[in-house]
Write a protein that binds this ligand. Structure first.
Ligand SMILES: *[C@@H]1O[C@H](CO)[C@@H](O)[C@H](O)[C@H]1NC(C)=O
Ligand SMILES: *[C@@H]1O[C@H](CO)[C@@H](O)[C@H](O)[C@H]1NC(C)=O
Ligand SMILES: *[C@@H]1O[C@H](CO)[C@@H](O)[C@H](O)[C@H]1NC(C)=O
Length: 744
């Protein structure tokens, strides 16, 4: 009898009335005539749309009592027992959803969501107030169900509710630093809320929903993560309009933006800007700076900054300016690079607006001093140490560790992060035994290793194919050290199993992880798919893919699609692979060079050279596709394909074997065009082995002989390209080992 509603749609929240407490806007009489306010809110008179099919009952009173006593689980039991026949009133339901959400456990979240689902189904969603929905969104965010959280906030907005800033800002914050289009969605959500609150003539009315500095920092962080300078500037300029002041975190995010846009030179101006504005400094900023220099691989400047801090100096800006001067002197030796796209110029202009102090005005100002001196802590040292590690300087990392141990102040003594960095330095150079010694040392001096330390070691063992050692370590981890493995640990182990071709063990780790209630990530799914794909079990890979589709926490991406294609191609199931590719196109994913590479291998394996011609046609079109021009249609333009050696070589190989010499010539031309040297001796060998006796039969029909003539012409051209004797040279082609030697 029930027509199920699409689960993604929460649009029935539109039925919210305005008689509820918390954030719905029961407008003061004076404001109720305000046009903008009225258009924004659902009219109270529309409340009683659907008469409730449930009878009021005394059980509401019992339910409310339990909730007031914070006996949420008992309250749930009461709700559930009476649920088929009775729907509690809005006070009880809102409170139940709120308290379940506040419990922040997967079970209670699922319960709260089930109430929402039921109300949606019964068209009774208006029984929930804004507060409970906001809390539900926060709870879903915390458990990583970001699409759900965002959809709750969005439907609240559609229904004329404004969530509390703490609620919506939590969703924006998590989206901002999540992968895929997370930052973009974060900005969309942020903008739509700010647009709404700014429409209100009286800010007091929407005070609790107004963005604060922390909310802006979250949105700015989203911009920094995707390098969107324009939006960053726009939001930064909007802060004072709302009476908000940037704080030191804002400037930290700005440093991140500079780093993301490869503008090392601008970081000093962010610091100077913050000093000029008198923003209170904190160690985090100095840490972000040193970390940024480390990421740029400029350990020299990072060392200088740390050293200056050790000496109690405050002239860090001077050091950074000197580093800039030095870098620009080096640049002057080179030709000025032409900007390859217009973007760079735009970006430079935006940065000039964002950091007006970075523009030279002819007056050389002295770089300002830090407001006070800060002594480096172990976090700062450790960051520098990570720089050494990245450059493979294990000896320097250990030297640093020794120096830190002998520091007088406790704050700079090595901590678990420092030790973990050293562990990771040893793992990186494959010195697993020394890495284990550091772990033992940590236990000895009472700096306990944490999950990250163990994960690094697990990874080291897996990379060295020592899965047994990895399993031993896992036992030690959960046993003595009492550290539960997380999704990263399991991803490492699953990947390790693939490295030793043990897909059964990979699956058992995957299942063990799920049994422990650890939700798989995108990497878990694609890694497991890889296990099945590489062991020739595409059906199982497909099953994993289907599970991934169902899991709302993760997004199926190109990597997952490619793994599916690879699974089928690995055992030559070309038709299945092509179906998957059609499917992925319908889902908005363009095959890339990896997809086509797998398909080419599959075609080669299944010995269906005809398929190679179809594939080559598609690849050729994609290579020639004009680069997406920068206009509004950019999205609809098929992205140009940049073919690699693997793909083209496989295609050429198939064509030479199949005697499609015309196509083979096209492909090698394409290789040369893309700077890929074709392996002539390989094709020569194939040609000699397979086709040297071609075109010798004299007993064929005329039509057949004509077709042959055509192919022969192509064959001669191909031979010419190979440098084999051919008609153009007029030399005799003989199958003679001596000749072969001479030409190969
Ligand atoms: C819901 O029921 C409880 C208990 O009977 C009562 O105290 C409360 O006022 C009711 N709320 C509404 C909105 O009717
Ligand atoms: C340069 O500095 C001098 C003295 O501090 C000041 O008088 C002058 O206006 C400044 N010029 C510019 C272009 O800022
Ligand atoms: C060319 O192919 C042959 C095998 O056919 C291989 O032995 C040789 O290493 C390849 N050359 C290059 C440069 O890849």
């Amino acid at each position: 009898m029930s027509t199920p509603l699409p689960s993604s749609s929460l649009s029935l929240l539109n039925l919210f009335p305005l008689t509820l407490p918390f954030h719905c806007f029961s407008l003061p009489p004076s404001a109720s005539h305000s046009r903008s306010a009225r258009s924004f809110c659902v009219q109270t008179t529309t409340t009683a749309i659907t008469p409730a099919p449930y009878s009021a009952s005394g059980s509401d009173q019992a339910l409310l009592l339990l909730l007031r006593q914070r006996k949420t689980d008992e309250a749930w039991a009461v709700y559930e027992a009476s649920s088929p026949h009775h729907l509690p009133n809005s006070t009880c339901l809102s409170r139940l959803v709120s308290q379940l959400s506040l419990q922040n456990s997967p079970l209670s979240l699922a319960r709260a969501q089930s109430i929402l689902t039921r109300l949606r189904h019964d068209r009774e969603l208006h029984r929930l107030d804004a507060n409970s929905l906001g809390l539900l969104a926060v709870s879903a965010t915390k458990s990583g169900q970001l699409p759900y959280a965002a959809s709750v906030i969005n439907s609240m907005l559609r229904s004329g509710y404004l969530p509390h800033v703490k609620a919506w800002s939590a969703v924006v914050s998590r989206l901002a630093s999540s992968p895929d289009d997370g930052p973009v969605l974060a900005l969309k959500l942020f903008k739509s809320i700010v647009r709404r609150v700014r429409k209100f003539p009286d800010p007091e009315m929407v005070r609790d929903s107004m963005p604060d500095t922390a909310a802006f920092n979250n949105a700015l962080n989203a911009c920094a993560n995707i390098g969107d300078t324009k939006t960053f500037l726009q939001l930064f300029d909007e802060m004072p309009e709302l009476g908000l002041h940037p704080d030191i975190l804002t400037y930290n995010v700005m440093i991140k933006l500079c780093a993301r846009c490869n503008r090392k030179d601008l970081m000093v101006f962010v610091v100077e800007f913050a000093i000029q504005k008198g923003v209170p400094f904190c160690m985090t900023t100095l840490h972000s700076l040193v970390a940024a220099y480390v990421v740029f691989g400029d350990l020299e400047t990072a060392e200088k900054l740390v050293q200056a801090l050790r000496e109690g100096r405050r002239d860090l800006c001077k050091i950074m300016r000197e580093a800039n001067d030095e870098a620009s002197r080096e640049d002057d030796d080179d030709e000025d690079d032409e900007d390859e796209n217009g973007n760079v110029d735009d970006e430079a202009v935006v940065f000039e607006k964002l950091l007006p102090n970075s523009v030279e005005d002819g007056n050389e100002t002295e770089p300002p001093l830090l407001p006070k001196s800060y002594s480096p802590n172990s976090r700062l040292y450790t960051t520098l140490m990570k720089g050494y590690m990245k450059q493979g300087r294990a000896a320097d990392a250990v030297r640093m560790l020794e120096a830190m141990r002998h520091q007088d102040d406790q704050a700079s003594h090595p901590d678990h992060v420092t030790y973990t960095t050293v562990v990771s330095a040893f793992v990186k150079v494959g010195a697993m035994d020394r890495a284990r010694q550091v772990l033992a040392e940590m236990a000895r001096i009472g700096v306990p290793a944490n999950r990250i330390t163990y994960n690094i070691l697990l990874k080291g063992y897996c990379q060295q194919l020592q899965i047994d050692k990895a399993k031993e370590l896992l036992m030690e981890m959960t046993g003595n050290a009492e550290i539960e493995p997380d999704v990263v640990s399991y991803n490492i182990l699953i990947d390790g199993c693939i490295k030793v071709d043990d897909s059964a063990e990979a699956l058992s780790f995957f299942n063990e992880m799920r049994a422990k209630g650890i939700p798989p990530t995108k990497i878990s799914y694609t890694t497991l798919m890889k296990a099945f794909a590489s062991s020739g079990q595409p059906k199982l890979a497909h099953k994993v893919f289907d599970e991934m589709l169902k899991d709302t926490r993760v997004k199926v991406d190109l990597v997952a699609w490619n793994m599916l294609v690879e699974g089928y191609c690995k055992i030559g199931l070309v038709q299945e692979a092509k179906r998957v590719i059609e499917n992925m196109k319908e889902n908005g994913f363009y095959p890339d060079v990896a997809t086509y590479g797998s398909l080419a291998n599959g075609i080669s394996l299944s010995r269906k050279p005809g398929e190679a011609l179809l594939l080559w046609k598609e690849v050729k079109d994609r290579c020639e596709a004009r680069k997406g021009e920068k206009n509004s249609e950019a999205d609809s333009v098929v992205p140009r394909l940049n073919p690699d050696e693997g793909l083209l070589d496989t295609l050429a190989d198939i064509c030479v074997r199949g005697a499609f010499f015309q196509k083979a010539l096209e492909i090698v031309a394409c290789m040369e065009e893309h700077g890929i040297p074709p392996n002539k001796s390989k094709y020569k060998k194939i040609y000699v082995e397979m086709h040297s006796r071609m075109f010798t039969s004299k007993h064929a029909s005329q039509a057949r002989q004509d077709r042959r003539k055509e192919r022969k012409r192509a064959a001669e051209a191909f031979k010419f390209w190979l440098g084999l004797p051919n008609e153009y040279y007029g030399s005799e082609w003989r199958l003679d080992p001596l000749v072969e030697d001479r030409f190969l």
